[in-house]
Design a protein around this ligand. Structure first.
Ligand code: ADP
Length: 505
């Protein structure tokens, strides 16, 4: 491959063969041309060979001359001319070698950055990048351990570390301490805990932390049979730095994408929710109209009957009973709606805490419900010597009525409704009001949402039951506003038990 410069050397040798005297020295400097040619084209080894051959040709004339004339200035000049192609050629060749190495390093760095910047999943990009690093450094094996923000580790080029990454391995230690580790004999060095693969021994191992300046993103480990001199170590360090920055960049891009995706999902969710709420509002309006119309129609019908017909007293009394029930129902709906509008607007519920005697409240409501719901057995039980709660009387009454009317409504075949007031056994300074029925019950998956507004659980037996899905939402809001809570236990087909907790007075 270096035939050109060698032929030129031969040509110069032929041309200068017969020349002697003052012209000989300048002519011998012509040997610099093939030496420089070889250096620029092929680097220091080629330049060295050409310089050596040029020196040999010159030696044929220079050494006899030294023998003839001794160490005269002319022979000294001749010796300088003899050594110049070799020395200058090698020096120039070294510069060319270094420039070549730098170029190669730069192009591998570019290739690594390109590999990390692609669109493939990060794991695949890392595998590709680590393979390129290994090839660029002439490594037998190369591996990467990456540490994500949440502390999880990812291993790329896993043949280098094996699937099981060990914290007490050299890679683990470099990751922990941030210091590089160089092992000159892998098989004999206990720090690396890997056996070199094939090839000549000893094998060198180098583990470098990947620092971005703002933190450590992982470590790079390479293994190479044969020498791993300062130049290769320098290259490896340079690559580790670029790798760290590129990985950091790639992780940032991923994080940004994830954020963008999350944001998009949230916006989509919010839009969907808004649409649902909008739809729920329209449905709600139509249900409210229907709910208000039903008692109103009954009130209108019975009052007209009483006004326009002569009705026997016992029947008139029954009609008036219906009028009262419907008026109460209407009242409850309107109060629930008013409470809801306050809750929705974030306005505090109008509550005036006072001492409320739960026993009296239970007894009154048990009597009321018993008179209105003859198909149900309404029972009340008040613990002896029960103290009072600190609450708004009207609010507690509303909550109890809500729970009791649900107990009746959701036991459509009739049955027992038990209301009890006692001290809460599991909470200090708290009283409990429980309303228990043996009605249709609530499926476990619906239990967490029945206190949300507009939620109604579909059940074939209570399809016709009226309701806005607001009662329990209002009960919970009132209970919380009074410093209490409401809990539920239920089994489908067996019944439900609601427990209202209120602070003792
Ligand atoms: P509404 O009774 O107007 O539908 P609520 O907020 O009072 O609204 O109740 C929400 C839902 O919870 C009801 O639709 C019903 O499905 C369920 N629920 C409430 N109380 C009971 C109960 N005692 N037994 C069975 N299901 C109940």
């Amino acid at each position: 491959m270096i035939a050109g410069p060698l032929a030129l050397v031969a040509a110069i040798a032929l041309a200068t063969a017969g020349v002697d005297g003052a012209l000989a020295i300048p002519l011998r400097h012509l040997y610099l041309v093939p030496a420089a040619w070889a250096a620029l084209r092929w680097g220091s080894s080629a330049a060295g060979l050409v310089g050596l051959v040029a020196g040999l040709f010159q030696g044929l004339q220079v050494f006899p001359m030294i023998e003839r004339e001794g160490l005269a200035p002319a022979t000294f000049d001749a010796l300088v001319a003899l050594a110049a192609p070799l020395v200058l050629g090698i020096a120039l060749g070294r510069l060319v070698d270094q420039a070549g190495e730098r170029g190669a390093r730069l192009s591998s760095l570019l290739a690594i950055q390109r590999a990390l910047g692609g669109e493939a999943p990060l794991e695949a990009r890392l595998e590709k990048a680590v393979a390129l690093v290994g090839a660029a450094l002439g490594a037998n094996r190369a591996g990467l351990v990456l540490r994500a923000d949440d502390g999880t580790l990812a291993v790329a080029g896993s043949t280098a570390f094996g699937a099981a990454f060990r914290k007490d391995s050299a890679a683990g230690r470099a990751l922990e301490t941030g210091s590089a580790i160089l092992a000159v004999n892998l098989d004999a060095d206990p720090r690396l805990r890997v056996k070199a693969v094939g090839g000549l021994t000893p094998s060198r191992g180098l583990v470098l932390p990947l620092e971005t300046g703002a933190g450590r993103v992982g470590v790079l480990a390479i293994e190479r049979t044969g020498d791993l001199g300062p130049a290769a170590c320098r290259s490896a360090r340079e690559m580790a730095l670029h790798l760290a920055l590129a990985i950091d960049n790639a992780q940032l891009v991923l994080k940004q994408r994830r954020f963008a995706q999350e944001l998009e999902d949230k916006v989509e969710q919010a839009t969907r929710r808004l649409r649902e709420i909008d739809q729920a509002k329209s449905e709600f309006l139509s249900v409210v109209s229907h709910e208000l119309r039903t008692p109103l129609t009954a009130l209108q019908g019975f009052s007209e009957l009483l006004l326009e017909r002569v009705v026997p007293p016992d029947r008139a009394r029954r009609y008036l009973g219906h009028v009262r029930t419907e008026a109460q129902r209407l009242g409850r709906i309107v109060t629930d709606l008013l409470d809801l509008s306050r809750i929705e607007a974030g306005r505090p519920l109008e509550l005036r805490p006072e001492r409320v005697d739960l026993g009296e409240l239970v007894e009154r409501n048990v009597d009321l419900f018993a008179s209105q719901h003859p198909r149900h057995r309404i029972e009340g039980q008040v613990a002896e010597g029960l103290g009072a709660v600190s609450a708004d009387r009207d609010a507690v009454d509303r909550m109890l009525k809500n729970l009791m009317s649900n107990a009746v409504k959701y036991s459509p075949r009739g049955g027992r409704v038990r209301v009890a007031a006692a001290v809460a056994g599991d909470r200090p300074d708290t009283m409990e009001l429980t309303v228990e029925d043996d009605g249709i019950g609530i499926p476990a998956e619906d239990l967490p949402r029945i206190f949300d507004r507009y939620v109604r659980v579909a059940h074939p037996e209570t399809k016709a039951a009226s309701g806005l899905g607001l009662g329990l939402h209002v009960v919970r809001s009132l209970a919380e506003a009074l410093g209490g809570a409401v809990e539920v236990e239920s089994l489908p087909g067996k019944g439900s038990r609601f427990r209202l907790l209120l602070p003792a007075a």
